[in-house]
Ligand binder design. Structure first.
Ligand SMILES: [Ca+2]
Length: 329
């Protein structure tokens, strides 16, 4: 495997695999930019037992189970007992692909303990990318609020400034655990929200699938996962191609030019039955023009970066190129 001569930065990937989580991991490895310190599983697309097992199986399939420990996350969300994506990712979360579990020993540390430990070992250097509900990250911040200032960067796939996917106003990851998201965006951590406004702008097409198929056996698993993902978007949303939600969050962690982004505040709706999980974006440069309450004005002191659409650098092409650089076993 050819790895480019760069100083690879320490990163944790926290996810709920999940079809796009699976390829986000493969893409991360393919970029050669990151030193993956931990792969942590959280409940989301499917329950934790499945996401944890899938995470382990993926490290085996991608030949990193000897190097990258997998940690089991928090057993339920802060907000909802059991989110699930209604079979969108298949019953097992990986499009019903049967891939063998890793033979690596199970870790005695929890995901929260591993996140906190690594944030101390790599203080000021560690990037944390979350591609599932933010339950693990919020639990780590509850346990030790100083985590927020030890992270170099926190990028999460979730939220929607304009239009949701699980409800008209809410994106799945945030809807699944809005309280956790609220804890993250008020923590003081240097966060970037990569939501549907940006992820819907970068697509994976049948042509991209053909490229994976043509690459042969090392991309067979990936092609099967993406074929299922394309089919889910076709059947459930009537879309002939699919958004690159989770991979884009990994991409933005290295290069924000895949998206256009602005500074501002995210406020998460946690109370309403109808709009629960909505992420309201308060742009920093318009903060003075709105009639915010004092409580909301206080919130505007805490800002992050919010992706609002596609950027100048082509993420779709970059994504497939880098998948090809990390074939599976
Ligand atoms: Ca995910």
């Amino acid at each position: 495997m050819e790895v480019p001569p760069v100083n690879r930065s320490p990163i944790i990937l926290d996810s709920d695999p999940g079809l796009d989580d699976a390829v986000a991991l493969q893409y991360l490895l393919g970029t050669g930019l990151w030193d993956l310190k931990a792969f942590t599983a959280v409940a989301g697309n499917v329950p934790l037992d499945h996401t944890y097992r899938n995470a382990r199986a993926l490290t085996r399939a991608l030949r990193i189970d000897g190097d990258v420990p997998v940690y089991r996350g928090v057993g339920r969300t802060l907000s909802r007992i059991s989110p699930d994506s209604g079979g969108f990712h298949g019953e097992n979360g990986l499009g019903d692909e049967i891939i063998p579990d890793s033979t690596a020993p199970h870790q005695t540390e929890s995901a929260v303990q591993a996140i906190l430990r690594l944030s101390k070992e790599y203080e000021g250097e560690l990037t944390l990318v979350a591609t599932g509900p933010l339950t693990n990250v919020a639990a780590a911040l509850i346990e030790d609020p100083d985590l927020a200032r030890r992270l170099k960067k926190l990028v999460f796939m979730g939220g929607a400034v304009h239009t949701g996917n699980i409800t008209p106003v809410a994106e799945f990851n945030v809807w699944a655990d809005p309280e956790a998201t609220d804890i993250v965006v008020t923590s003081g951590a240097p966060y970037t929200m990569v939501g549907l406004d940006a992820t819907h702008a970068w697509r994976f097409t049948q042509g991209d699938l053909d490229t994976l198929v043509a690459a042969g056996p090392g991309q067979e698993l990936t092609a099967n996962l993406m074929r299922h993902y394309l089919k889910s978007y076709d059947v459930n949303a009537g879309q002939p191609d699919c958004p690159l939600h989770d991979p884009l969050a990994v991409g933005v962690a290295a290069d924000e030019s895949f998206v256009t982004a602005a500074d501002g505040t995210i406020v998460v709706e946690c109370a309403s039955e109808l709009t629960r999980g909505q992420t309201v974006f308060l742009p920093a440069d318009e903060a003075r023009t709105y009639a915010y309450s004092d409580a909301i004005k206080a919130r505007t002191l805490q800002t992050g970066r919010v992706a609002l659409g596609k950027g100048p650098r082509n993420f779709s092409a970059h994504f497939t190129e880098n998948l090809l650089r990390w074939p599976s076993a």
